[in-house]
Design a protein around this ligand. Sequence first.
Ligand code: UDP
Length: 331
Amino acid sequence: MAGEDLSFLDGLNDFVQEGITSIVSGGAGFIGSHLCDRLIDKKHRVICIDNLLTGNLNNIRHLLENPAFKFIKADLVSDEIKGLGNRADYVYHLASPASPPKYRKYSIETLLVNSQGTYKMLEISRQYKSNFLLASTSEVYGDPKEHPQKETYYGYVNPTGVRACYDEGKRFAEALTMEYYRKYKTKIRIIRIFNTYGPRMQISDGRVVSNFITQALSGKAVTIYGKGNQTRSFCYVSDMVEGIVATGESSATAGKIINLGNPHELKIREIAELIVSKTASRSKIIHQDKRLDDDPELRRPDITRARKLINWHPKVSLGRGLDETIAYFKR
Ligand code: UDP
């Protein structure tokens, strides 16, 4: 890896021998950093790889001195990922820009990390015979014509639109991951993550919950794009991480695709009103032009499969999750 000090990797074979080892790509991101925390709580040795393009060192700063945690600042596409030690029990592949403004800004990087980056992580998993989990997205359903979305739905995606870098990037990543399952019997599973919120969302990342909370707390207008009748279903991050770990560790999920998200569906104008009320804000709610980007009209996960296979369902109510998130943004 160009320019990186890799001297600490000399001892990494000992590091990975000492217990269950998980590699987390994108581990300095919003969901990735919570996943690292959870795995450390479970006494795993955690190797976190992140290029910090949209991830943030502050998300993992509290882990950097932990002897069970190693951070490798590297780009899955342009850097050779050497010296991971000689084994890994789990590979959690989350690396990718994920908010619409960020993946549009880093569109080529998004396509490449989901194609070349996924290839690299799958190769590591194949060689180490690790359990592999691909973090895919509800975006593979595009602007869905089936509602709620089941894993069997093929989606309605514009292959050349401005969201395609993410949608098609993830669809390629899913296809490649399934081929490793078919050809090499790599122990893969794919999760499709629906809208997730909570502490460590980046203030500037442009997602609806972080935008609305930031605007409401600073007394600025809360900006709804279009009429606000489009829907989303919001899952609190701790529920998401429980689902990720349960999927990653279960043998029942091998070779399967699983929706993870909260089926509680709201219109965007309802979430705006809720956030304004919870923050006791004087902000006005205003309507701006609809996003010209194939903005999905409806989104709600069918989580029957996750319930059956891993006995998972979200537990944190939107009210409680928003309280925690608002408290974080205030801090
Ligand atoms: N949205 C909005 N105002 C904002 C940010 C987003 O009305 O300040 C809308 C956006 O048009 C979309 C929904 O909220 O319909 C969710 O957007 P987000 O960027 O959070 O993620 P997406 O689900 O589209 O990937």
